[in-house]
Design a binder for this molecule. Structure first.
Ligand code: NDP
Ligand code: OXD
Length: 312
């Protein structure tokens, strides 16, 4: 009898950890690695990241595609994904932990005035700054999904005044939640530290423009860990230049790697990070994928299937 076949087709990642992990944890599966796929009709499942366009050619019996990443806009946009084959995005505890650490780190950085203390040290200036109490600091999360909700819970645990914005209503203990475009302006008006954790979709592309930055209170901070295309970069730079946005931490960009001549690199109020807020961790994620795959083989519904029409 034919064994279930999983094709590994992830690019630009640590193959030893990922492919080695799959082979070690699933010796019962026929695990193939691109480009040695054999007969494409034999492929049941594919694990992908940054795949070549023709990857799925001839895979007429494909049962599901697993993405190494949480954001699937590239796969949906032009990945040649066969119609009707479920696409599963990455929902994994290791990823959520990494993102929560990063968001807490940057929120605390701004909340505790570290950007000012670092500048004062450069000037040799000894200046004590009393931070606000966390309960008096409004942190607003755009996106309350797997990652946004995890960050929200951690920030609530630290005592912050946490708000969140999503597409549909959400209930998260200690978080003031709003939803829909109608509520976005009010949400931004009350947000001192804005964190973007949205997926990139037709509705969220270019969402953060001059109008939206102007709705933040003067001196607000911005942390973008969603996607670069959520931001109109020139509008953010203008808001930073006037000080309306006091400082920004940017982990994602319209073009990655960020071109060497881009103004973000040298802007005094910008911290540039190389898209590493949360890197999917093979140690936990291989198990997550295999658990989902095995349950599917046993007849269960796949978990975390992307709604293609919605775009996330
Ligand atoms: P989820 O799909 O779990 O959550 C997405 C959230 O965004 C949901 O709360 C959803 O609302 C909300 N949302 C989507 N569209 C809209 C809209 N039009 N208006 C308002 N809210 C909207 O995603 P994850 O939390 O797993 O991941 C979020 C994103 O984080 C990824 O798509 C990726 O772009 C980014 N990411 C970045 C990484 C990095 O290292 N920088 C690493 C991993 C992910 P609702 O709940 O109502 O559906
Ligand atoms: C992801 C990412 O979407 O790494 O997982 O950005």
């Amino acid at each position: 009898m034919k064994r279930t076949t999983l094709l590994y087709a992830a690019f630009g990642v640590d193959d030893a950890a990922w492919l080695g992990g799959f082979r070690e944890q699933a010796p019962d599966l026929d695990i193939r690695a691109w480009p040695d796929i054999g007969d494409p009709r034999e492929i049941d499942y594919v694990f992908v990241w940054k795949q070549p366009l023709n990857l799925f050619d001839g895979m007429t019996n494909l049962r599901a595609v697993f993405s190494l990443g949480a954001g699937v806009e590239t796969l949906l946009a032009g990945g040649g994904l066969p119609a009707g084959v479920p696409l599963v995005r990455m929902v994994d505890p290791g990823l959520a932990t990494g993102m929560t650490e990063f968001v807490v780190l940057r929120v605390l950085h701004y909340h505790r005035n570290m950007h000012l203390h670092e500048a004062n040290q450069r000037d040799g200036a000894w200046i004590q700054l009393r931070p606000k109490l966390p309960e008096d600091r409004a942190v607003g999360l755009l996106g309350l999904g797997n990652l946004g909700a995890s960050c929200a819970r951690a920030l609530v645990g630290l005592g912050f005044d946490v708000r969140g914005w999503s597409r549909t209503p959400k209930l998260i203990g200690g978080v003031e939640t709003v939803h829909g475009e109608d509520q976005l302006a009010d949400f931004l008006c009350g947000t001192e530290i804005l964190v973007c954790l949205l997926p990139l979709t037709a509705d969220t592309d270019g969402l953060l423009d001059a109008r939206r930055f102007a709705q933040l209170p003067r001196g607000a901070f911005f942390v973008n860990v969603g996607r670069g295309r959520h931001v109109v970069e020139e509008d953010l730079l203008a808001a930073l230049d006037t000080g309306h946005v006091a400082a920004a931490t940017l982990d994602v960009f319209r073009e990655e790697p960020l071109p060497r001549q881009h103004r973000f690199w040298t802007h005094p109020s910008v911290t540039v990070m190389p898209h590493c807020a949360a890197l999917t961790q093979p140690k936990t994620a291989v198990r997550t994928v295999l658990d989902n795959l095995r349950a599917h083989l046993a007849g269960a519904q796949l978990r975390h299937v992307v709604d293609v029409a919605r775009g996330y």
